[in-house]
Design a protein around this ligand. Structure first.
Ligand code: AMP
Length: 587
């Protein structure tokens, strides 16, 4: 079937706003079910950090989100305004995102493990008028940079704090609890154009500032359809996505897709570790688990004994995303969890799964699978710079099976990003000849299966989270003892890659353990634990091209850092306070 027809059919599965008033993600995810026979079905099952389990039906979720939207409306927030969230997994995050969409406003989730600088950078770039966070995150990450966020008008605190209008922080942040209790639960979603901006997800490139990928309400067509095609998701599933809410997976599949199916969406609040994962899978009766290779590696390290104590009898599918899933790990997961394992590939820019191994298990172990229905993929011939050759606006596919090239997708699927915030030129540069160039290198074998080779750029993928080297280098260079800095990825047994840095000391600075410790602490304080380097090595000069660009690959290939990552398992050891892949940060 032609690709357009496939998406048209997927579109027909959606309800649309009553009275032909358009398409709004929150209506498809919540109000549609609350107004029908699924109103008493459990929409959210939240495992609270204190061990309580809280269930919200679709009717209750509709009321909670209506209240949130009324609070926003009371602040004068409406269509097109951006609302940032800095929250770990929890009902509050789900309500904030869906309530924002109900207002016709734009949800902009941020990663709670970011330090103050990445939070400021992204909040400013989004020109967010409102930021929703916790008192603890506010104190540590927002208050220090608030004076540099003149366009941020309101900070709403989801728990703790004082009565409405005041908080212990006493600096203009407002406690939400009473505002929500006083708000009515009767919101009507305004007419929403399917092409209206709905979500902004930040991602990193090799160069420049973080990129804010803009997605529209129509993306829900792909969220829902791809979850059915790649994950076999349906209304009777109990679905759990472990991605942090600050990344695209945490929204597309952590919020929207399961709710758009009328399924039960499981949320694990607070610190995650293999024991809590197993407990949640068993006690919630999860049927489909969407997780990452890093999480599976942590589970494998914890040992089979842990799993033996839990009944995972309802689990029928484990799906992986974000990093390469090697055949051995997939085989372990299949055996230990007792369910088939599929791999899925996609990016912030694609908004939804584009390539996956089929549910029937026919893909060769270790492959990425094939494009989903409605998705056309090509493997494009590479130039000397390691990216697809573009001549006169045209690209050329590789000449045969097994040849490495850049993965490209025919532009036009519903969840495709519509721009990078404030950076049309960078957006335009992602397309050539009607193709979206993904920046990933793949091979296609003679049977049509795609195989992941690596990134075509210097972006670091740590535990499935992309880290832009420039952001790390900028913070390191701000330290007076640093003349030059380069950040790059080094292999890590748990996180896939760990962030490492090479530093040229400033004149007079004394390279050594004391300075190394100081730089690591400086980076962690400003960047947050999910982004800061795990190692710093001192070098006399950085390898550069003739035009002066840092050759980060050379550092990696040369074996810098000379010392192994200090944490052994990088960001992922279970006893760390902030654990990027595992989910939310402590409040
Ligand atoms: P993000 O935009 O943060 O979601 O990261 C997307 C990037 O993660 C992709 O461009 C790939 O480099 C990587 N990625 C995502 N899924 C997979 C996968 N299944 N296998 C290998 N790499 C993946």
């Amino acid at each position: 079937m032609a690709h357009d027809r496939i998406w048209d059919e997927a579109r027909r599965e959606l309800a649309g706003l009553p009275g032909g008033r358009g398409l709004n993600i929150a209506h498809e995810a919540v109000d549609r079910h609350a107004a029908g026979p699924r109103r008493d079905h459990v929409a959210l099952r939240c495992h609270r950090r204190d061990g309580r389990v809280e269930a919200l039906t679709y009717a209750e979720l509709a009321a909670a989100t209506d209240r949130f939207t009324h609070v926003l409306a009371g602040l004068g927030v409406g269509p097109g305004d951006r609302v940032a969230t800095l929250l770990g997994p929890g009902v509050e995050h789900q309500v904030a995102v869906l309530g924002t969409l109900k207002a016709g406003a734009v949800a902009c989730p941020l990663f709670a493990s970011f330090g103050p600088e990445p939070v400021r950078e992204r909040t400013a770039r989004a020109a967010a008028r409102v930021l929703v966070t916790t008192p603890g995150l506010h104190r540590r990450k927002v208050a220090p940079v608030r004076p540099r966020l003149p366009r941020l008008e309101h900070v709403l605190l989801v728990d703790g704090g004082g009565p409405a209008g005041t908080t212990d922080a006493g600096d203009g942040a407002v406690a939400l609890t009473r505002l929500l209790a006083e708000a009515p639960a009767d919101w009507t979603i305004p007419p929403t154009d399917p092409g209206a901006e709905a979500l902004v997800h930040f991602t990193s490139g090799t160069t420049g500032t973080p990129k804010g990928a803009v997605h529209v309400h129509e993306a829900v067509v792909a969220h829902r359809a791809t979850a059915a095609w790649a994950l076999g998701l349906g209304p009777e599933d109990v679905f759990w996505c472990t991605a942090d809410p600050g990344w695209v997976t945490g929204t597309s599949y952590g919020v929207v897709a399961p709710l758009a199916h009328g399924a039960t969406n499981v949320v694990l609040e607070g610190r995650a570790d293999p024991a809590r994962w197993c407990g949640t899978l068993a006690s919630a009766g999860v049927t489909v688990w969407y997780t990452s290779p890093t999480a599976l590696r942590l589970l494998a390290r914890a040992g089979d004994d842990l799993l033996r104590g839990h009944d995972l009898g309802r689990l029928r599918l484990v799906a992986s995303v974000g990093e390469p899933l090697d055949a051995d790990l997939a085989a372990w997961a299949r055996r230990a969890l007792g369910a088939p394992v599929v791999d899925t590939w996609w990016q912030t820019e694609t908004g939804g799964i584009m390539v996956a191994t089929p549910l029937d298990g026919t893909a060769p172990a270790g492959s990425l699978g094939r494009p989903l229905p409605g998705v056309e993929a090509a493997v494009l011939a590479l130039g000397d710079d390691g990216r697809a050759v573009v001549r006169d606006g045209r690209v050329r596919p590789v000449e045969g099976p097994g040849i490495e090239g850049e993965l490209a997708l025919r532009a036009g699927w519903p969840s495709m990003f519509r721009t990078y915030l404030g950076d049309e030129a960078r957006y335009g540069a992602c397309f050539a000849g009607g193709w979206y160039l993904t920046g990933d290198l793949v091979r296609r074998d003679a049977d049509g299966w795609l195989w992941f080779v690596g990134r075509a750029d210097d972006v670091i993928n740590t535990a499935g989270h992309l880290v832009g080297p420039v952001e790390v280098e900028g913070v390191l260079r701000r330290h007076p003892a640093v003349a030059e800095a380069a950040a790059f990825g080094v292999p890590d047994p748990v996180a896939g890659e760990a962030v490492a840095a090479a530093v040229v000391p400033a004149p007079g600075a004394e390279p050594g353990d004391a300075l190394r410790a100081e730089l690591l602490a400086h980076a962690r304080r400003h960047l947050g634990p999910g982004v800061a380097p795990r190692t710093v090595d001192f070098v006399t000069e950085l390898p550069r091209t003739e035009s002066g660009k840092i050759v980060r690959r050379a550092l990696r290939a040369a074996g810098v850092p000379s010392t192994p990552p200090t944490t052994g398992g990088a960001a992922m050891t279970p006893d760390r306070r902030d654990r990027p892949a595992a989910g939310g940060e402590a409040r």
